[in-house]
Design a protein around this ligand. Structure first.
Ligand code: PHE
Length: 347
């Protein structure tokens, strides 16, 4: 059989191969070291120069044809393999979907809601570290060493790190914010706080606080504080601010003067809390007051400065809002409870 016939046969054989390995084997049979065509090339040296030119041309043209056939077949096989793979991985979009999506935890949902609202109203939304120093958690907040307030908050100290603790209140963010940003400042901070409390239905060693701070070199008075509290209560409970009636009871927070405890009027209807002015009950929201001058001093703020601050326990508010009667249900990973509130947080 002449080389041309062999080449033709080879090309038609190649076109039947469907794997790269088979093509490689066939290729070496023809073009490899002892391949058919290679042998033909070896014959060239025995020919005279004229024959060399014409036979050489012939062999080169055969070689080109074979290489082209091989390359085409490799391309074809690769495309075939890709098509098969795509076919195998094809997603059937007509299958019914599993539409169980995750949702925000009810606390995360409320945190986000409050942050979004206050951000939209021009407040800075700030965070501070949960592992704090005594300076930010106590000293700068005008709570001197050995003051009973330090004990009353049952602080967790960090072993091996003097003066380092888990923050007992988000009020430390007030200090960090004023030191960093100066006045005027309107901020909200929501975050985790820690106290060495026994876990029961109303106490948890970790809970969240909402801290608000509004400070300026221009006068700010207790009426502004009252207005701000009215607004945040209405927003949290999703009621009209006209239905909010607050009560202030004098209280002592070393970083405020005067300081007060804030209660909100409500009634209970069918087991649910209803915020309204004509209620017969008062719910305790948390602490508030006008910023103490010593706090401004600790933040390096000179001159006359004015402002108010408030700090509420978030879990308490959310429990009242949704009629949750055990704080532990926020932290238990009970799917029934999580799912129950997902209808709210998914909206
Ligand atoms: N930080 C106080 C607490 O944890 C609450 C508070 C904040 C009171 C701001 C007054 C002003 O009890």
């Amino acid at each position: 059989m002449g080389i041309e016939t062999e080449a033709r046969n080879f090309i038609s054989e190649i076109e039947k191969l469907h794997t790269i390995q088979d093509i490689d084997v066939a290729k070496s049979k023809f073009l490899g070291k002892s391949g058919i065509l290679t042998q033909e090339f070896k014959k060239l040296s025995a020919l005279n120069s004229e024959e060399k030119i014409s036979f050489g041309k012939k062999l080169n043209s055969i070689k080109n044809q074979i290489e082209e056939a091989i390359n085409n077949q490799v391309k074809f096989v690769k495309k075939l393999e890709l098509d098969e793979k795509l076919q195998a991985e094809n997603v059937d979009i007509t299958l019914p979907v599993n539409n169980e999506f995750g949702s925000l935890h009810i606390l995360s949902y409320e945190i986000k809601r409050i942050k979004d609202e206050y951000k939209a109203n021009g407040f800075l939304i700030l965070d501070g570290p949960e592992v704090e120093t005594e300076f930010f958690n106590f000293d700068a907040l005008n709570i001197p060493k050995y003051h009973p307030a330090r004990q009353s908050q049952d602080t967790f100290y960090i072993e091996g790190f003097p003066e380092t603790l888990l923050r007992t209140q988000t009020s430390c963010v007030q200090i960090r914010a004023m030191q960093e940003k100066g006045l005027p400042l309107r901020m909200i901070s929501i975050g985790k706080t820690y106290r060495n409390d026994q876990l029961d239905s109303t106490h948890s060693p970790m809970f969240h606080q909402i801290e608000g701070l509004v400070v300026d070199y221009n006068p700010i008075n207790i009426g502004n504080l009252k207005d701000a509290l009215n607004r945040i209560v209405a927003f949290v409970f999703e009621v009209d601010s006209d239905s909010v009636l607050l009560r202030f009871r004098p209280s002592f927070f070393p970083f405020t003067e005067p300081g007060m405890e804030v209660d909100c009027c409500y009634s209970k209807e069918n087991g649910n809390i209803k915020i309204n002015k004509n209620g017969n009950k008062w719910l305790e929201l948390g602490g508030a007051g006008m910023v103490h001058p010593n706090v401004f001093k600790a933040c390096g703020i000179d001159g006359e400065a004015y402002g108010f601050a408030f700090g509420f326990g978030l879990e308490r508010l959310v429990m009242l809002k949704y009629g949750i009667n055990d704080i532990r249900s926020f932290y238990d990973t009970d799917m029934r409870i999580l799912k129950h509130y997902s209808s709210i947080s998914n909206n």
